[in-house]
Structure formats: C-alpha cells, structure tokens
Ligand binder design. Structure first.
Ligand code: G4P
Length: 191
C-alpha cells in the first residue's frame, strides 16, 4: 500500500537491525485518515472472505481492527486480552504465546461468548514478526470451532519467520507493507 510505505519511509525510525518504531502514526499517536485507507485496503484484499468477525489482540491491534471493521459492514471486533482481569469471565478460550521481542510468555484470552463455530474470522494485527501472536489467535478461533479466513497485517517484517510459518499452515497472509531489511538506521521496504 503506497501511502503506508511512504509514511514508513518518512516517519519510521530504525532501532538496531530489527525493530521499526512507528509511534508517530501507528503505535502511540494514531493517524486516523491513514487508518481509514488501511481499512479500505484490508476490505479490498479480503472482499471475498465473507467474514463475520475481526479478531485482534490488545493493545495496538484494536484501533486498526475497529477502523477496518467499518469497511466490512461493521462486523464485531473482538480483542484478545493479555491480562487476567476480574471482569473477564472464567469461561474463556486461552492460548499461550511466546514473544521474541519481549522474551517472555503471555496468555491471550477471549470469553467463549464472543467466538463461535459459525464465525468466519479475519485476524488483524499491527505487526507480524515471528508469527506467535497470530498463532495464538488462530488457536483461539480453532478452540471455538470457527474458521480463520485470513490474516491481515499492517507491517510485516519480511526478514522474520512469521509469514512462512503461517503460510505453511495454510493461512492466507496479507500485509499492507513489508520491511525487507533494517540496516544501519535504514529501512528497506519490499516493492
Ligand atoms: P510475533 O507475535 O510476530 O512473534 O512478534 P513478537 O512476539 O516478537 O512481537 C511482540 C510485540 O512487539 C507485538 O506487540 C508486536 O506487534 C510488536 N513488534 C514486533 N516487532 C516490532 C517492530 O519492529 N516494531 C514495533 N513497533 N512493534 C513490533 P505487543 O507486545 O502485542 O504490543 P502492543 O500491541 O501492546 O503494542
């Protein structure tokens, strides 16, 4: 997606050789006009998927998913919770995720009320690195008996293993921008 690629080149900051900081429009401050264009693009790419629900994970995925949902006929957005909370029912689907970036395990949980066997689910997230967060979300959908129709990502780090892992399992991955390499403070995007 050209607009997003331009924005990454303009405002993205390379941190070391593997992390792209995009706080100014995606992960902290949010550019709503850009998010609208991203939502339209997700709809264009998954127009044939007949989705009934979007699933994401807190925190940064929520805004992307909510804006995208408006282009899919306002399907409900469910976000997996990472923290155990007193207001979360005990009747949950849960899956363990290992974060390489943070070098720790966490559990994603969704109340069983919000995923069902008739759901056709589009998973949306801001970043794809090694794919572990996406695998955790896929696991939640599988536990519910629902169908994962695809995985929509804003920025994929093409030099990490996420896409390979997900495609090997038969999932369709659509990324709006792919970072090929981060090197010496420079971000190189795929065409
Ligand atoms: P994986 O799920 O693909 O295996 O990735 P990983 O565990 O390594 O990523 C952990 C967190 O770091 C995720 O956010 C992910 O979106 C984010 N992340 C990974 N690589 C980058 C990067 O290069 N730049 C930025 N800005 N984020 C990256 P999270 O822990 O779920 O945080 P949040 O959604 O609460 O912000």
């Amino acid at each position: 997606m050209e607009l997003l690629k331009q924005r990454i080149m303009q405002d993205g900051i390379a941190m070391g050789d593997s992390v792209l900081k995009v706080d100014s429009f995606l992960n902290h401050q949010i550019d709503v006009a850009l998010f609208n264009e991203m939502g339209k693009e997700f709809k264009r790419r998954f127009a044939d998927a007949n989705i009934t629900k979007i699933l994401t994970v807190e925190a940064s995925g929520i805004a992307v998913a909510c804006i995208a949902a408006q282009y899919f006929g306002n399907v409900p957005v469910v976000f997996a919770k990472k923290q155990e909370a007193s207001n979360l029912s005990a009747d949950v689907y849960a899956s363990n995720v290992f974060s390489f970036t943070k070098n720790r395990n966490y559990t994603v949980r969704v109340d069983k009320k919000y995923l069902s066997a008739t759901d056709r689910v589009l998973i949306i997230d801001d970043f794809l690195a090694n794919g572990n967060a996406a695998l955790g979300l896929i696991d939640l959908v599988q536990q519910s008996g629902g169908t994962v129709t695809g995985i929509g990502i804003v920025i994929e780090k093409g030099f990490q293993t996420g896409r390979k892992l997900l495609e090997e399992k038969g999932y369709r991955v659509e990324s709006l921008a792919i970072v090929q390499e981060i090197h010496d403070g420079t971000v190189i995007l795929a065409d």
